[in-house]
Design a protein around this ligand. Structure first.
Ligand SMILES: C[S@@+](CC[C@H](N)C(=O)[O-])C[C@H]1O[C@@H](n2cnc3c(N)ncnc32)[C@H](O)[C@@H]1O
Length: 185
């Protein structure tokens, strides 16, 4: 794929501000398949340093509430201002995904890239905390890292150099999640 929008970013800005796999590429790929209507109000949940939030506001013309726990709202505000965005286009919020300070049905869509696995594993999370905030008929775009095939029974020592087994338990293959989902239905 040609990443026309991602390539507008300064490469060093991307390197300095992403917190895992390049979320800007993941966003551009995903919105090519599942577009969001310009002017929509969007929650970017677990936005980190706001790379995807900047892209949603600047390139897609969405009104973005850039929400994160580990990164201070003031840091993101400075980054958004430096990226040329104003407070009508993008609002930095510091909040825990379990205590989101938004009205029910406020958002046209919610996006969460490489973060849902940190707070959304409880089967009740989605229905209790996130879905109520998205209007009826709205969109959810949740992208999480995964294994092609689970390795949890026999974790390679190389992975354990930088991950704990508990952290790796947030990452699974599709077969695992199908089992989890069918158990909650
Ligand atoms: C790996 S980073 C990804 C950040 C960003 N989406 C990106 O791709 O660069 C995971 C993010 O999830 C956020 N996060 C983890 N637990 C959270 C929670 N309970 N509520 C809100 N955000 C949370 C962290 O603050 C962190 O910025």
């Amino acid at each position: 794929m040609q990443y026309k929008l991602v390539n507008k970013f300064d490469k060093d800005f991307i390197k300095e501000n992403i917190m895992g796999p390049n979320p800007a590429k993941l966003l551009e790929e995903t919105l090519a398949l599942y577009p969001l209507q310009a002017g929509s109000t969007v929650l970017d949940l677990g936005c980190g340093r706001g790379v995807t939030s900047i892209m949603l506001a600047r390139e897609y013309g969405l009104r973005v509430f850039a929400t994160d726990l580990w990164i201070a709202a003031t840091d993101n505000f400075k980054r958004f201002t430096a990226a040329g965005l104003n407070r009508e286009q993008i609002v930095p919020i510091h909040a825990d995904a379990h205590e989101l300070p938004y009205a029910e049905e406020f958002f046209d869509a919610a996006v969460s890239i490489d973060s849902y696995q940190y707070f959304g594993l409880d089967p009740d999370y989605l229905g209790t905390h996130l879905l109520p905030l998205v209007k009826h008929g709205g969109k959810l775009i949740l992208l999480v890292p995964g294994f092609r095939k689970d390795v949890h029974e026999n974790l390679p020592p190389e992975l354990l150099l930088s991950w704990t087994p508990e952290a790796l338990d947030t990452i699974h293959d599709c077969a695992h999640w199908r089992t989890v989902i069918s158990a909650t239905e």
